[in-house]
Design a protein around this ligand. Sequence first.
Ligand code: HGY
Ligand code: MN
Ligand code: MN
Length: 405
Amino acid sequence: MAEIDATALGLRAEGMIKTLAAISAEPDRLVRLFLTPEHRRAADLVAQWMRAAGLTVSEDALGTVRGRVGEGPRLLIGSHIDTVIDAGQYDGPFGVIAGILATGHFGGKPPVPIDVLAFGDEEGSRFPSTLSTSAACVGAFEADTLTFADRDGVTFGDALKAYGKNPADIAKAAYQPGETLGYVEVHIEQGPLLEVEDQALGVVTGIVGQSRFRVTVTGEAGHAGTVPMRLRRDALAGAAEMTLLTERIGRGEPDMVATVGRLDVSPGATNIIPAKVVFTVDLRCMNDAARKAAIEEFEREARQIAKVRKLDIGIEHFHAVNAVPCDARLQDTLASAIGSNNVRRLPSGAGHDAQMMARLCPSAMMFVRCKGGISHNPAEYTSPADMGLAIAALIRFIERFRAPS
Ligand code: HGY
Ligand code: MN
Ligand code: MN
């Protein structure tokens, strides 16, 4: 087996991260959304890297780039190349780059057939969908997703056709039973634990369940100077109270988080009482029952706030995924590949394609330390040394990987 030069691998990964990060819709911040020209350019670059690593490249009906080596049931290694708005450079891309470099280490003859997958819609930054491309791989793509529209009113289906794909082919993207042996994803931790505990790598025990929904609050526009406070139906004041309700609910459970990440006000003028507010809620918890109870609590209390303020309220759920435990056997293989005695095992508060892939085959994740735990932020960073250790551990994982009995 060829020697593993973790330092060289980390430096190669760093160069690839920088090259990919240059592909953005905007000059001053990293924005690379699903089915955009930037996605196309990034997919072409990743395909080029896959071919250079000795992989045979294809693309499925949702644009996932697949690099294949070997025949027969296979190990899947993947992550995503789409980003959030004003993103960091490592969230997603590092997992794809690690998969390519680790698979390429075997010079076309890995001990197990492998597909490296570059998913395009993990973040859900363009359409109100998320994990749609990995959903297609597991045969769980929901057709109504094709009707979802982006901020410009372009539907998922139209964007897919403009990208050169045929929605009628989506079903063919699904791996068939028996085709896959397991899925592994390498990802930055996006949290502070590994850094605080001075661990470069960790093994993920489970991925949090999450719900995303949109709240529309409707009041009445009015003159900011002439309408007395007691006679107002101020949609933003109501939404603000609901935002604090969201925060209170998130604080209510030890491992729950709840976030209002986006809020649009109309008509949005200084001297007009806001008539309508649309905001999103992202609510997560490892305990699915607690998450569902929290949503019921939010809906009940938000409706009460609307009633008292004589506002109308609409709540539309657009994403829900249950918490997923990572496969115990693959966790152990990852821990042995990492090698140190007390490998840190930790849950993921971020969602990942691994959550969806677990519907298809045993799935696991390895985390790599990131600076300050910062992510979804251009300050996101992980060192070439840590990336090299992660890729070396992934290589040893591939060597140690055994098909489920
Ligand atoms: O939001 C998430 O958890 C992931 O980064 N998409
Ligand atoms: Mn990610
Ligand atoms: Mn992310």
